[in-house]
Design a protein around this ligand. Structure first.
Ligand SMILES: [Zn+2]
Length: 244
């Protein structure tokens, strides 16, 4: 059950108490009952939260992108992430998976809030707009939402920058990037995958932050960054919930 956002505190509390009565809340990771105790994230207990491996620093993430996209192939200037994940069985991947496929949108809002605070911590704030990585319209229809837009909504509230949902579209219903092992296969899967929905001139001399759930090889965000830079954008940074 998802409660509406932005309710007055007392109504929010009554709603939560009712929710807790109807279906008692448990930690998504360890399964322990967490009830209405105050904690860092609503959906997991604080023990589990502090055990989540933190992502490498922006410098280290950028170094890994430079390795994947040598020479002048990289179009991203900075990359920031909250948590580190490895392998498909990682617990955080399960949480992201529930955000993507089980409509667990509250996770996206909460983690987006943390991501916004991380951007403030590293002074990554000089953006003209936030661009959620688009999913194909057919996929959005299936899923009912784009998880990157949900994350972006929270980031936007924290750092007070507009979301540009109608700038770029995904042309093809591409296979999930997770189906490919090599960076080259991931790059090939994305040829012509994105294009401008609105006038490309709008991006001239602007600085944008691309937002996605997980950064793996960086092929998806780099493809969008290339499109923007080649159309005159000044700088593209990337922010994700997790770095694989
Ligand atoms: Zn737990």
């Amino acid at each position: 059950m998802n409660f509406p956002q932005n309710l007055p505190k007392i109504i929010h509390y009554i709603y939560q108490s009712f929710e807790e009565f109807v279906s008692p809340r448990h930690c998504e990771i360890c399964g322990n009952h967490i009830g209405l105790n105050k904690r860092k994230l609503e959906f997991i207990c604080d023990n589990c939260f502090y055990l989540l491996p933190k992502a490498p620093s922006p410098d280290l993430i950028l170094n890994s992108l430079i390795t994947n996209f040598p020479g002048d192939e990289l179009f991203i200037s900075n990359a920031i992430s909250l948590f580190s994940v490895s392998g498909t069985n990682h617990i955080f991947i399960k949480i992201i998976h529930s955000l993507k496929y089980k409509s667990f949108t509250k996770v996206g809002y909460e983690l987006g809030h943390l991501l916004g605070k991380e951007l403030i911590k590293f002074h990554f704030l000089d953006y003209d707009g936030l661009i959620p990585v688009p999913i194909h319209v057919a996929r959005k229809r299936e899923r009912g939402y784009n998880q990157s837009e949900i994350i972006s909504k929270s980031v936007s509230k924290v750092i007070n920058k507009p979301i540009l949902n109608n700038l770029i579209i995904r042309n093809r219903y591409t296979l999930s990037q997770t189906k490919f092992n090599s960076t080259q296969e991931r790059k090939d899967n994305l040829i012509d995958a994105f294009s401008f929905k609105s006038n490309p001139n709008e991006v001239q001399n602007k600085i944008f932050l691309l937002i996605d759930d997980v950064l793996t090889s960086g092929a998806t965000v780099n493809t969008i960054a290339k499109l923007l830079i080649e159309s005159g954008a000044k700088r593209i940074d990337v922010a994700t919930l997790a770095k694989a």
